[in-house]
Design a protein around this ligand. Structure first.
Ligand code: C2E
Ligand code: MG
Ligand code: MG
Ligand code: MG
Length: 279
């Protein structure tokens, strides 16, 4: 296929190619240049503790400010980057940028903040991952307790044995790992038990209207029970309403993330947001 060819050889547009395939190829090309052109940016979304009101962690979410396309959603370009080699380049950039930002915040007196970084499957299974993270931590003076990794269920379960190996190495250097979008993939419960994971992130689809939808309430309660049994902590994603918050709090879910508290924002804005929050 032309797309396949485009990865390693020169790209050319085949006149038989349909519009969709052509769009994709163009997007892939634009992505290839986005990094050197400095078009990526990290936004940060607070994760709030409902009991104390304190924000001790933020999730780093990539943004692509394309001069031609405007702001492109990661939901659109990350899957395309994952199918090509581009995700490795982007993934390393995200890790380095997160560490660099932690150093900037530290200099500004904003300590005790932790950044959760989304890591794709290909990057997770890369043998160099752990060493690369260690090097970045040394270079930027970042402590293991300031960095967390988010992996989706499918990333973890694709090659469970290698995942165990890699997770164990991450644990050895003190990096915590969350399972993202939990409940939307195919987790094998017997593997989940064996995996050294710290946190389950309850997918937004189960949080939505959890106070009115009994099926979602049942799922959330089951996930909370599972986390408890496996000694893992919980973060509920995509909390938007007071009703959802009250339900979650009563169900025993303490850590939340969602538009109700804050949308993902640039680093400078987060510093201001954090200061206002603690006043
Ligand atoms: P995710 O890791 O599950 O991130 C949560 C997504 O939900 C983010 O979308 C966030 O903006 C959105 N969100 C948070 N709270 C709410 C809410 O209350 N309501 C609604 N409707 N949405 C909410 P975003 O930033 O568009 O990212 C989408 C996905 O793209 C992420 O899902 C993640 O899978 C991927 N992604 C983002 N940044 C990176 C990255 O740096 N590396 C990798 N590999 N993937 C990334
Ligand atoms: Mg995530
Ligand atoms: Mg998620
Ligand atoms: Mg998601």
């Amino acid at each position: 296929r032309a797309k396949q060819k485009g990865r390693n050889t020169f790209c050319f547009y085949d006149s038989n190619m349909n519009d969709e395939a052509l769009d994709r190829l163009k997007l892939e090309e634009a992505l290839r240049h986005a990094l050197v052109r400095g078009e990526f940016q990290l936004f940060y979304q607070p994760q709030v503790d409902l009991q104390t009101g304190v924000t001790s962690s933020v999730e780093a979410l990539i943004r692509w400010n394309s001069p031609e396309r405007g702001q492109v959603s990661p939901a659109l370009f990350i899957p395309i980057a994952e199918e090509s080699n581009l995700i490795s380049m982007i993934g390393w950039w995200v890790l380095e940028e997160s560490c660099r930002q932690l150093a900037v915040w530290r200099e500004a007196g904003l300590t005790g903040i932790k950044v959760a970084v989304n890591v794709s499957g290909r990057q997770f299974l890369n043998h160099a991952l752990v060493e690369c993270i260690s090097d970045l931590m040394t270079q930027y003076g970042v402590l293991p307790s300031q960095l967390e990794i988010e992996l989706t269920e499918s990333t973890v379960m694709a090659e469970p044995d290698r995942a165990i190996e890699q997770l164990t190495r991450l644990r050895e250097i003190g990096i915590q790992v969350s399972v993202d979008d939990f409940g939307t993939g195919y987790s094998s419960l017997s593997y989940l038990k064996k995996l050294p994971l710290n946190t389950i992130k309850v997918d937004r689809s189960f949080v939505r209207d959890v106070n009115n939808q009994s099926d979602n309430a049942a799922i959330v309660s089951a996930i909370l029970g599972l986390a408890d049994a496996l000694d893992m902590s919980i973060v509920a994603e995509g909390v938007e309403t007071e009703g959802e918050e009250i339900h979650l709090k009563e169900a025993g879910c303490i850590k939340v993330q969602g538009f109700r508290y804050a949308k993902p924002m640039p680093a400078e804005q987060l510093a201001t947001w954090m200061q206002r929050e603690t006043m």
